[in-house]
Design a protein around this ligand. Structure first.
Ligand code: HEC
Length: 597
């Protein structure tokens, strides 16, 4: 590794930074022959807990990381597939103004190390190829990829069958159950796909050719990515939102914590608020049998939204409650639910009514804080048998407190699972039923329900655009779908992530100022944008390995926020979760680390 530092007197840089008292690192990333490397990700880490700022190199290998705090120690990492990660041995002190820093990268010589740099979905594609049965492939994707990536370093290990049986039994206990015949085949399929003798040559074909792992487009390379560490190795950071105040809120399910961060302060000012557990036992209403061993989850905060008065509402999934956090005095109010099990995702309409899916018991709920009114609707099941199974659930959970039942167990996610929800511009409420491959509409006045089959599998978290189109990610079908509630027509767009078919989009959101759809590249460490007018995708690679993204939100400046909520967190590079902000390349200068640029 060669790092050369010289202090530059670059007039424009000083002009750029002096107002903000910020530092700039800038220079060229080149190979040993001095040729610039395009599309390298240059990451500076500072603070404790840390913030990381990542910029990309341009065609000539030049980069400039602006808006870093002056007089602060930074750690540096430069990353480009095919080259060894360049990591600063010690701290680099930033000065007020610009510091020139030219960097030299060394090529990998071992293809196994190149294969290890590829995002999880490249490995996962090798496994998906092995399924000779579409029903099994779909079930595996839907059941095995909703807590953590498949194909990342922790999951692509060859294990003997006995060890796999233990892993699969643990996953089933937490809810990732597979049909018995599929579970019996999985060890053999995974071991065949991930055997390094076969996988490495398949993944690194042509790796010394220039076309291998091409750099992202110039527009993408003008983007800036900020990541803020939060929580611990045992955290399960679930959803996040941007509050109108500019604060970022997220929830840690495994410690029953609401997290708040102010990104206008360099490094991000973090605060934690414990959500009242009241009398809810460890594991919540479902008991602690289904929990990973290191969790402290009682009420399990899951999804959150802001109401018209600026208050934050949270579904407490395992506590069967709603929580309201009032930022004006940092107080909580807890609202128990009248019926149903596992309140999941919520949205709030213009009148402040809270609409939420209830995942385990196949219900849908509404709570109106103005008059204290609750409504809970039982959603249609697909068959009589399913109806009976759903009605027996409360008894099964009661029983599980007394006898050791295998709850998520044997079956491959048979029950319907109400999931995403959004409110149309005309006030109608729409939701998805994940495992049933359907969406539905609820009339907000009569609560009448209409169901519609989706022409693709696993509709997950969906959103309306400003024109009233509903955008839906197909989690196990690798697509984005546009649904028109007027004509009831769907139009599907295959996600362009290479290798095609290996993505599992968890969620999406629509930037209503431009009707740009932003989609989670959940298994490929990416965020994907879709220009709904031009019908064009753009893929933004993210710097951290195992970036498992769920909800997406936008700040006032058009930056895109999401959380890295791979669960378990220890599978994430550095072992801890993050929230992250992508400032897309069309915004010219990221300015300081604050959100007001
Ligand atoms: C409900 C969430 C969830 C689902 C669904 C899930 N996992 Fe996991 N997985 C976890 C957690 C949590 C861990 C970490 C367990 C631990 O550290 O004890 C884990 C760990 C793993 C590991 C690493 C095990 C080790 O000891 O290194 C593998 C492999 C794995 N999962 C495969 C799968 C497969 C295959 C499926 C589908 C059958 C699946 N997971 C579904 C939550 C889940």
């Amino acid at each position: 590794m060669k790092i050369s530092i010289r202090t530059a007197t670059c007039l424009s840089c000083i002009l750029l930074t002096s107002a903000a008292h910020a530092a700039v690192f800038q220079g060229v990333v080149a190979d040993e022959q001095g040729t610039g490397i395009a599309g390298a990700m240059v990451t500076f880490r500072f603070g404790e807990p840390f913030q990381e700022r990542t910029v990309f190199t341009d065609d000539a290998g030049a980069y400039a990381a602006t808006g870093l705090p002056a007089g602060t120690n930074h750690l540096l990492r430069v990353r480009r597939i095919g080259w060894k990660d360049l990591i600063s041995g010690g701290h680099l002190a930033s000065e007020d103004g610009a510091t020139a820093l030219d960097l030299t990268m060394v090529r990998h010589t071992d293809p196994a190390e190149v294969a290890a740099q590829l995002p999880a979905n490249h490995w996962y594609a090798l496994l998906l190829e092995k399924f000779d049965n579409e029903y099994h492939r779909e079930q595996f994707v839907r059941q095995c990829t909703y807590c953590h990536q498949q194909g990342n370093a922790a999951t692509r290990i060859v294990r003997d069958t006995q060890e796999w049986e233990k892993v699969l039994a643990l996953m089933a206990r937490m809810g990732g159950g597979l049909d018995a015949d599929l579970a019996a085949r999985v060890p053999e399929l995974i071991n065949a796909a991930y055997d390094p003798e076969v996988a490495v040559p398949a993944l690194t074909q042509g790796w010394q050719e220039p076309g291998f792992a091409p750099p992202p487009s110039p527009e993408v390379r003008r983007s800036v990515i900020d990541e803020y560490q939060l929580g611990a190795r045992s955290s399960m950071q679930h959803d996040m939102i941007v509050h109108p105040s500019g604060h970022i809120y997220s929830v840690d399910m495994s410690s029953d914590t609401l997290f708040r961060m102010d990104p206008s302060i360099p490094g991000g000012k973090r605060e934690w608020f414990s959500i009242p557990r009241e009398e809810v036992p460890l594991g919540g209403v479902m008991g602690s049998g289904a929990l990973p061993s290191n969790t402290e989850m009682h009420v399990g905060p899951h999804s959150l939204q802001v109401d018209p008065k600026g208050r934050v509402w949270i579904t407490l999934a395992t506590g069967n409650r709603l929580a309201m956090f009032d930022p004006s005095d940092a107080s909580f109010q807890i609202e128990p639910l009248p019926a149903g099990i596992y309140p999941h995702t919520l949205r709030i309409d213009d009148r402040g009514r809270i609409w939420y899916t209830i995942a385990v018991s196949n219900h849908f709920g509404m709570y109106n804080p103005e008059n204290g009114r609750h409504e809970v609707v039982r959603l249609p099941a697909r068959s009589f048998g399913e109806e009976v199974a759903l009605r027996l659930l409360p008894f099964v959970f009661w029983l599980s407190q007394h006898v050791d039942l295998d709850l998520g167990g044997g079956e491959g996610g048979g029950l319907p699972v109400p999931y995403g929800v959004d409110i149309a511009p005309n006030g109608d409420v729409w939701f998805s039923q994940l495992n049933a491959h359907r969406i539905g509409r609820i009339d907000p006045e009569t609560l009448e329900v209409t169901m519609i089959d989706t022409p693709f599998t696993a509709p997950r978290r969906m959103r309306f655009d400003s024109k009233g189109n509903l955008w839906i990610p197909g989690f196990s079908s690798n697509l984005l779908s546009r649904f028109d509630p007027q004509t009831l027509e769907f139009k599907n767009f295959e996600l362009p992530i290479e290798p095609l078919g290996s993505e599992t989009p968890y969620s999406l959101n629509v930037d209503l100022s431009t009707d740009t759809v932003w989609i989670c590249g959940t298994n490929s460490d990416t965020l994907i944008s879709f220009d709904s007018a031009a019908e064009e995708f753009t893929v933004y690679p993210l710097p951290t390995r195992s970036t498992y993204t769920r909800d997406i939100d936008f700040d006032r400046d058009g930056a895109v926020w999401t959380s890295n909520s791979n669960a378990p967190a220890w599978q994430i590079e550095t072992g801890v979760p993050r929230v992250l902000r992508l400032i897309p390349g069309r915004h010219q200068d990221p300015g300081t680390t604050s959100s007001t640029r």
